[in-house]
Design a protein around this ligand. Sequence first.
Ligand code: BGN
Length: 378
Amino acid sequence: MLNRGLRQSLFVLVLALHLIVLSTYTILRYQRSTPTETYPDHILTEADPFAKPLSPGPLPASLIEKSERLLLNQNYKRFNKQQKSADKKYILPRVPCPLLPPNLVGRVTADLFSYEMHEVEEHLANSSIQLGGHWSPPHCTAHYRVAIIIPYRNRDMQLRIFLNFMHPFLQKQQIDYQIYLVEPIEKIKFNRALLFNIGFREALKEYPWQCFIFHDVDLIPEDDRNIYSCPPEPRHMSVSVNTFNYQLPYRGIFGGVSAMTIKQMEAVNGFSNQYFGWGGEDDDMSARVITKYRISRYPASIGRYRMLRHRPDTPNSNRFTFLHLGTGLMNHDGLSNLQYDVVSIDKKKLFTHILVNYNETLIKASVADLVKKKKKPH
Ligand code: BGN
């Protein structure tokens, strides 16, 4: 025989168990419930390659409005159905990604270990990066289509560290992006600005990029709130770099990492093609930019970068000649007189490699008369 007290506590226990089971069931049901299949027509888009998710992944949950979460959820389900049925008429609703990417944390530290390329590829094997290093968010339409252009030569170790860190970094920002490496063939002089112009041209031939990030391979961002997008004014992004004691070395600096839209690039005729060797080409671009815009920057606490160590390059002694001309060459030298040959375009797993050739003599000759005239005005 159970006494009264024991009977009462048993009753309370059974009641509590019931409550737990019931609430778990309700929560699960709510989470799984499919939003209604009738979907307002205006949200359905034509089959838009840029709205197409690549593959399903975990759904972002925190910091997203409930209504947005339902849309994302529905998109995810439709995507799976579409995969199974291969029904071309099944059009995914265009759902913009949340304005504030949900998983940003602020300060981030890169893994600077020098993994082999195949190890980096393995690390990133599950993140649905398309051949050529293109990624876009699987369940929503990114707000920005961004090409990352990297002038490159002989920096294999830095490249591996960069790729290993940058892919997850950009994916967390929910950007539709691709990484392009533009490399000159061996026997010609390195020309950072010319390689940027080439990257800009070539990238636009294959995808409607809106925004370009001109990026040195040795700079690794340290804060994921440093969103890789293009604001209304050209943005200098590497505001505070460890090698400069996290301070802007001078007001007009535009080197390291910078972001420009197509319109902004075209408005200043791109970069100058005349800077062979190290230095000055970014100052030239800065001078071009300020004729039409103001340089925008994130606060120093966000635009933070770590520079990977390397041997210093030899400065180009000619750079002062062109810098002294100010923006004198702007309308004649840049995208308008760009000449180069593409040797190969190689779609690697994590980036697109564009190997190029150009003729320094011809490029210099294209502005020689103008330089003479500007130096000695009549
Ligand atoms: C400057 C270089 C830039 C370089 C920054 C940071 C020149 C032009 C002659 C004054 N400018 O001095 O190209 O990005 O340092 O390293 O050399």
